[in-house]
Design a protein around this ligand. Structure first.
Ligand SMILES: Nc1ncnc2c1ncn2[C@@H]1O[C@H](COP(=O)(O)OP(=O)(O)OP(=O)(O)O)[C@@H](O)[C@H]1O
Ligand SMILES: [Mg+2]
Length: 347
């Protein structure tokens, strides 16, 4: 089958304000055997009120991207290059004091494994209170009022105020982490695998709470995860990462109905289904050593459609349809149309 569509439609139609724009972010980790290239030139935007999902297999660089955006990359990691524009201001150029004001106030993070990192000997009120007081001076009564308001917002009863983390279930702990992240009304929250440690029922309830809170407060969100099924229900756009690169980014319906990148297609095919019992799809081959990315396309070793050209030239991320960007040589512009050439050139 040859797919075609008009190139003139292929321009962004989103006129919402851009809250975050990441441009060519590169993060390396130094190791004795050379630098691990964890983010290899990541670029994407998040619009006002939007939820963007960041998906990809373990080790593809999702957490590193989040840490890069917040400038929290720790040695042996370092940000090599890039811009992180938050409401137009480059986070990477701020001094420590300016950075302190931006974190939590404008952008906050629910780190991977956050609920297990709550301080076991501190009551909930003190942990959330600390988060507020570190960044904003408020009278004690005002802080208490704010904490109770936050607990209510994330669906926790007021008695949680005086409790310790070990007295809470996983779902409740995760809600405390959400309350901390939104304590100062940031315009963007990044949640890294924030439901991974929960069972599927609680996972969905907590995820729904997160979305409700987001809508009520009018924030934008980046949801990091590897569960495509869960992401489908939660996000507006999905960015698919492979070995430190975004290979496709598109509205969620487009990703599921007409994904273009062969890696995205494999990810979707590998979602198990009870209705239709089929052998589990296994992606053949291994990701290359991140210290030595090959010339050309990073997915070449596992791509079923690899062509000679793919081994030589790196495909840029191009917007082929409105808000639908893909980095793949299978799509060529011919007479103003983008043509899927896979049936002609599969090797
Ligand atoms: N401190 C470190 N030293 C060396 N390499 C590292 C370090 N931290 C991360 N990496 C490497 O960077 C790459 C990206 O890691 P990252 O944690 O960002 O992946 P991820 O997509 O968040 O994975 P997961 O889904 O397992 O959380 C991986 O290959 C990882 O091995
Ligand atoms: Mg991670």
């Amino acid at each position: 089958m040859t797919l075609t569509w008009d190139m003139q439609d292929a321009k962004s139609t989103d006129d919402r304000d851009v809250v975050l724009e990441v441009k060519d972010l590169r993060v390396h980790y130094a190791t004795p055997l050379g630098d691990v290239i964890a983010c290899n030139g990541i670029s994407f935007k998040v619009y006002e009120g939007e939820t963007v999902g960041l998906v990809g297999e373990s080790g593809c660089g999702k957490t590193t991207t989040a840490m890069g955006v917040l400038r929290l990359v720790q040695p042996p990691g370092r940000i090599v290059e890039g811009e992180v524009l938050l409401d137009g201001v480059d986070v990477l150029s701020l001094n420590e004091e300016e950075l302190r004001r931006v974190r939590w106030n404008q952008i906050s993070l629910i780190p991977q494994g956050a609920m297990n990192s709550l301080n076991p000997v501190m009551r909930v009120k003190d942990q959330i209170g600390d988060a507020i007081q570190t960044h904003e001076s408020r009278a004690r009564e005002a802080v208490k009022e704010r904490i109770l308001e936050l607990l209510n917002l994330v669906g926790l009863p007021a008695r949680v105020y005086n409790m310790y983390p070990h007295e809470l279930s996983g779902g409740m702990k995760q809600r405390v982490c959400i309350a901390m992240a939104i304590a100062l009304n940031p315009s963007l929250v990044i949640a890294d695998e924030f439901t991974s440690a929960l069972d599927v029922i609680v996972q969905r309830v907590v995820a729904q709470t997160m979305l409700d809170v987001k809508d009520r407060l009018g924030m934008s969100m980046i949801l990091i995860g590897h569960d495509m099924g869960l992401q489908a229900q939660l996000v507006d756009r999905i960015a698919v990462m492979y070995a430190g690169n975004i290979v496709e980014i598109a509205p969620v319906e487009d990703i599921f109905e007409e994904s273009l990148h062969p890696y995205t297609q494999l990810l979707i095919e590998s979602i198990p289904s009870i209705k239709e019992r089929k052998p589990l799809k296994v992606t053949e081959g291994l990701t290359h050593d991140l210290r030595n990315p090959p010339p050309g396309c990073i997915f070449q070793f596992r791509c079923p459609y690899v062509m000679e050209h793919c081994r030589e030239v790196e495909p840029p991320l191009r917007e082929l349809k409105p808000l639908h960007e893909v980095a793949c040589h299978l799509f060529e512009e011919q007479d103003g149309k983008i043509v899927d050439i896979s049936d002609e050139s599969v090797v």
